[in-house]
Design a protein around this ligand. Sequence first.
Ligand code: DGL
Length: 256
Amino acid sequence: MFDSGIGGLTVLREARVLMPDRRFVYVADDAAFPYGAWEEPALQDHILGVFGRLLARHDPAISVIACNTASTLVIDALRKAFPGHPFVGTVPAIKPAAERTRSGLVSVLATPGTVRRQYTRDLITNWASKCHVRLVGSDRLASLAEIYMRDGFVDEEAVRAEIAPCFVERDGLRTDIVVLACTHYPFLVNRMRKTAPWPVDWLDPAEAIARRALSLLDPGGGGAEATERGDVAIFTSGKADSAARRLMHGFGLTVA
Ligand code: DGL
C-alpha cells in the first residue's frame, strides 16, 4: 500500500476489512511529500525508482497505489516497467459521481498535481461530459490532514477556505457531490461537513479500491504468512517521529 504520506491509510483500513488474512506493507514516501507540488517528469522518475527498490525487497502479491497524485501520473509507466506485477491505482471517482449527481454540478477536490493531469481531464471528457465539473486544487489540505492525524489539531478555518471553491450555485442548482480525489482527505471529512456551506455527498473511493485489489488476488496466496508476521510501515525518509510511530501503531503497523 503506497502513498506519499498517511493518506493511503484510508485505503488500508478498508483493505483490512476485506482481506483480514493478508499481510500489508504500508509505504509512506514522506521523503518526497507532498507529491502535489512536484513537476511531472521528476515525480515519475522518482516513483519508478522507489518502486524498483520496494518490489525487489518485499515482492508483494499486489501493489496498491493509494494516491491519486501518483496514480494519475505513473500507473501506466509502472505497469510497463514491471510487467506481470499487478498494480491497482487510485484515480478521481468522476464516473461514479457523474452517475449519482442529481444537480449535474460535481466538484473534484484534489492536489494541484491531480488537477493538472491529462488523466483527470480525460476522465471528465469520457465519463462526465453532461455534468459541470469543477476541479479544485488544494495546496494545503494534504498537509492539514497530516497534522491532524499526527498531532490531533486541525485549523477549521483553513479547511473551510480550501473547500469553499467546491460549492457552486448555477441556475438555481447547487453542487451535490464533492469527489475526494486525494486519499488524505477522508481523514478531514467531518471538518469538511462542518464547514461546508450546504450538505453534499463526499465521495471516498477507498472501499472500491480495496475491492478491486481483492478481486485481483489469488484467493489461496498470502494467508499463512499473514498470521506469522505483523504488518509494517516504511517511511522513505527513514525518520518517522514519535507522532508518526504512534499513528502507525494505532493502525496496527510497526515502523520498520
Ligand atoms: N494522498 C495523495 C493523493 O491521493 C496526495 C498527497 C500529496 O502528496 O500531495 O493524491
